[in-house]
Ligand binder design. Structure first.
Ligand code: GLU
Ligand code: ZN
Length: 312
């Protein structure tokens, strides 16, 4: 008997889903449906300032409209809940207690001169490792990251190796405003929900060594990772507002049929050719199954797409 495949989409309800989010969601769903696994919707509302229930409701409605369904989630229940991070404090607290941590009082300003990684993130220089620099201030909690290399093989991006202690430094697990940090929450939840397969946008590839390092330190099983390309606009850059690409709600409200959106998203990664104008999400699963059987997504092609003719 082999292990049950469990995958998830984990949106942060801090705005609307743009087409890039929609494509990543569609691909994560498709991969799990192809492999006959369990698909989970997890709402990553750890950021208490930016998360809103209205955004969550809209996102879930939009994803259903697109044709996705989930076996577990905040609105359908399941045995691995809670499915909203705002309800998981106890889980995070227990994980934190297992790690070697320290209080860090550094502000952004204190870290302005700190070295930065190639992605522009601060490499924490360890100012508060012995004692908080400024005991009068509120503090974040950092993990004293153990040295050593962390490596894994991504299904799409290939081999990734990083020395987290050297390239990132000690990681924030709980922020100064008391919110849990995404890095901790995501690792603890993937563990608690027995996630075996993470398929998400390539923007999170750089965070993965940190997350794996943390998962190993917490004694959690390691999921397999697949980072998929982000949608590019006609100028070859990551899709943003300036490309006039509509968000999912806007398409829905404009009366565009969901199968047209699915077809266009599938075309944009080469899953179907440009002659296919409408395709439901279940039809996309069937199309891909004819190609790859039950083994899940194998190959994605990065195509540059013009979003101008959506209305037509
Ligand atoms: N909540 C994260 C986001 O919306 C995704 C986390 C993940 O997929 O690991 O960017
Ligand atoms: Zn500090």
């Amino acid at each position: 008997m082999h292990q049950q495949i469990r995958g998830r989409y984990a949106p942060s309800p801090t705005g609307r889903l743009h087409l890039g989010n929609a494509r990543t969601a569609l691909l994560s769903w498709l991969d799990i449906r192809l492999r006959r696994g369990v698909y989970i919707m997890r709402v990553e509302d750890v950021d208490s300032q930016r998360s809103r229930p209205e955004y969550e409701a809209r996102m879930l409605d939009d994803l259903r409209w697109l044709g996705l369904d989930w076996d577990e989630g905040p609105d359908v229940g399941g045995n691995y809940g809670p499915y909203r991070q705002s309800a998981c404090h106890e889980r995070y607290r227990q994980a934190l207690a297992k790690l070697d941590t320290f209080a860090c009082t550094c502000t952004r300003k204190d870290l302005a001169q700190a070295p930065r990684s190639h992605t522009g993130e601060v490499i924490y220089p360890g100012y508060c490792r012995q004692a908080p620099c400024n005991p009068d201030r509120g503090s974040a909690i950092r993990w004293r990251v153990p040295p050593g290399q962390v490596g894994f093989c991504d299904r799409f991006a290939g081999t990734v190796i990083e020395d987290v202690a050297r390239d990132t430094g000690d990681i924030i697990l709980r922020r100064r405003d008391r919110d849990w940090a995404y890095q901790l929450a995501v690792v603890v939840d993937d563990g608690a929900m027995a996630i075996t397969d993470v398929l998400r946008g390539a923007d999170l590839l750089a965070s993965t060594p940190r997350q794996l390092h943390l998962a190993r330190a917490l004694g959690l099983p390691e999921p397999s990772y697949a980072h998929v390309p982000l949608i590019l606009g006609e100028d070859g850059r990551k899709l943003s507002k300036s490309h006039r690409a509509p968000d999912l709600s806007a398409l829905r409200e404009a009366g565009i049929p969901a199968p047209r959106v699915v077809a266009r998203l599938a075309q944009s990664v080469g899953l179907v050719d440009t002659s296919v104008h409408e395709l439901t999400a279940p039809q996309l699963v069937e199309t891909c199954r004819q190609r790859w059987g039950d083994e899940g997504l194998k190959q994605l092609e990065q195509r540059i797409v013009s979003w101008d003719s959506w209305g037509g």
